[in-house]
Design a protein around this ligand. Structure first.
Ligand SMILES: Cc1cc2nc3c(=O)[nH]c(=O)nc-3n(C[C@H](O)[C@H](O)[C@H](O)COP(=O)(O)OP(=O)(O)OC[C@H]3O[C@@H](n4cnc5c(N)ncnc54)[C@H](O)[C@@H]3O)c2cc1C
Length: 362
C-alpha cells in the first residue's frame, strides 16, 4: 500500500500526531513495538501550564495549555470518549518561605486564573504551612487514550506491532519503501529509543528515568495533591504517586531507592503506615540538554522528520508542536529555532552520513 506518512511510535506524541493527520485526511500507517516501559505507558496524565518549582508559567506554558486543552476536549467530543477532565491541583507548602513566595506570585497578572491560595483545610493532610491551588490543571487517562487509538487504527489496519528497523528502508523516486508499503514521509516519534537508531541518534537526547507507584489509601483525599511528588486519585482508594527523575540510572527495572524517595515525600503529609503499595513501574522520558523538544527535518534525508524530546510534558506540548511540524510540512511555515533540530546540525556523525548514503543507494 502507498501512504503519505509512516509514523514510528504510538506513544503520546505519535498518537497526537496521528489524530492531526487523520483530521487533515492524510493517509498514514503507524508501527510500534509496544514496549511496556516507555514513558507514555507509565505517564500519570497530569497537564498544567506551570513550573511549580519556580511558581511561574513553564516555557510557552499558556499557549501550549490553551491549545492542548482545546485539543483533548475536541478529541473526547469527536470520539464520544471521556478521557480528559479538569482536576485542580493542591500544592502543599513545605515552609513559610514557600507560602510567602506563592502568595506573591498570585498577584502576578500572568498567573491570574491559573494559581490561587487554597483557604480550605484538606483533612487529614498535614499542611502546617498552608497550600496553594493550580486552577488550570487537568487529567488525561493516558492508558485509555493510547489503547483507544491503538484499537481504532488496528481495526483499520494502519497500526502494526513491529520493531522498526531503519536499515530496511529503501529510498527510490522520492518514496520510502519499507516492508510491503511505500511512504512519502517518515516521522520518528520514538521517544528515548531514538538513541538506538542511526537516523537521529546524533541528537543529544537524555533518557531520564522516572518511577511511579500505585498505592491503596483510606485517608488520602480525592484531589490531586502535590507535596514535591504528586498523588493522583485514579479509582476507589487507589492513588498514583510519582515521580522520580534520574539521568544517571539506566537500569531497566524498578528500584527500592525510588520507592523510598516517594514514600519519604509522602510521609510529610500523611502517615505512611496507613497506605499499602499496589505496584511500581518505570519509564524513560525523552529529555534534552536545553529542555526544548527536537522538531524538524533530517539534515541529510529529505522528508524524514522527528517530533521528539517532550521531556516530562508531552501532554502539554505535543499537540501544538505536532501542528507546528505539520504546518511546516504542508504550508512551508518555519519551525521555531528554539525547537528546530537545526540547532544540533553540527553534531551529525560519520555514521549518520553513512546511513543517509546507504538508504539513498549511494
Ligand atoms: C513516571 C513518569 C510519569 C510521567 N507523568 C507525566 C504526566 O503526568 N504528564 C505528562 O505530560 N508527561 C508525563 N511524563 C512524561 C511523558 O510520559 C513523556 O513526555 C511522553 O511519554 C513522551 O512521549 P513520546 O510519545 O514522545 O515517547 P515514548 O512514550 O517513549 O513513546 C515512543 C514510542 O515509540 C515506540 N518505539 C520506539 N522505538 C521504536 C522502534 N524502533 N520500533 C517500533 N516502535 C518504537 C515505543 O514503543 C513507544 O511506544 C511522565 C513520564 C514518566 C517516566
Amino acid at each position: 500500500m502507498k501512504y503519505e506518512f509512516l509514523i514510528v511510535g504510538q506513544g503520546i506524541t505519535g498518537s497526537v500526531l496521528a489524530t492531526q493527520l487523520e483530521k487533515l485526511t492524510k493517509t498514514f500507517k503507524i508501527v510500534d513495538d509496544f514496549n511496556k516501559n516507555t514513558s507514555s505507558r507509565v505517564a500519570a496524565g497530569i497537564m498544567h501550564p506551570m513550573s511549580l518549582k519556580r511558581v511561574n508559567l513553564s516555557w510557552n506554558g499558556k499557549d501550549f495549555y490553551d491549545f492542548s486543552d482545546d485539543f483533548y476536549k475536541k478529541f473526547d467530543s469527536l470520539n464520544k470518549t471521556k478521557f480528559y477532565k479538569s482536576c485542580s491541583m493542591i500544592r502543599v507548602f513545605n515552609s513559610y518561605q514557600e507560602q510567602n513566595n506563592w502568595i506573591g506570585r498570585c498577584s502576578d497578572i500572568k498567573l491570574k486564573g491559573i494559581i490561587d491560595l487554597n483557604h480550605q483545610k484538606i483533612d487529614p493532610i498535614n499542611d502546617a504551612f498552608g497550600s496553594g491551588e493550580v486552577l488550570k490543571s487537568n487529567h488525561l487517562n493516558v492508558n485509555f487514550f493510547l489503547k483507544y487509538l491503538k484499537n481504532k487504527y488496528e481495526t483499520r489496519n494502519i497500526l502494526k506491532k513491529e520493531k522498526f528497523n531503519p536499515l530496511k528502508i529503501k529510498l527510490e523516486n522520492n518514496m520510502f519503501y519499507y516492508g510491503d508499503d511505500s511512504f512519502e514521509n517518515i516521522i520518528m516519534c520514538d521517544g528515548s529509543s531514538s538513541l538506538k537508531n542511526p537516523i537521529f541518534d546524533y541528537l543529544p537526547m537524555i533518557p531520564n528515568k522516572g518511577e511511579i507507584m500505585n498505592i491503596f489509601s483510606d485517608v488520602l483525599p480525592k484531589k490531586i495533591i502535590n507535596c514535591g511528588v504528586f498523588c493522583l486519585p485514579i479509582k476507589n482508594k487507589i492513588f498514583t504517586v510519582g515521580s522520580t527523575y534520574s539521568n544517571e540510572d539506566s537500569k531497566r527495572h524498578i528500584t527500592n531507592n525510588a520507592k523510598n524517595y516517594l514514600l519519604k515525600k509522602l510521609s510529610k503529609i500523611i502517615n505512611i503506615d496507613d497506605i499499602s503499595i499496589v505496584d511500581q513501574s518505570f519509564g524513560f522520558r525523552p529529555t534534552t540538554p536545553d529542555r526544548k523538544p527536537f522538531i524538524g527535518e533530517h539534515p541529510l534525508i529529505k522528508n524524514i522528520y522527528t517530533l521528539n524530546g517532550m521531556g516530562s510534558k508531552a501532554l502539554l506540548m505535543a499537540p501544538l508542536l505536532a501542528k507546528e511540524l505539520l504546518d511546516h510540512i504542508f504550508n512551508s511555515k518555519s519551525i521555531s529555532p528554539l525547537v528546530d533540530i537545526k540547532r544540533y546540525s553540527d553534531k551529525i556523525k560519520s555514521d549518520n552520513k553513512a546511513f543517509a548514503k546507504s538508504i539513498m543507494g549511494q
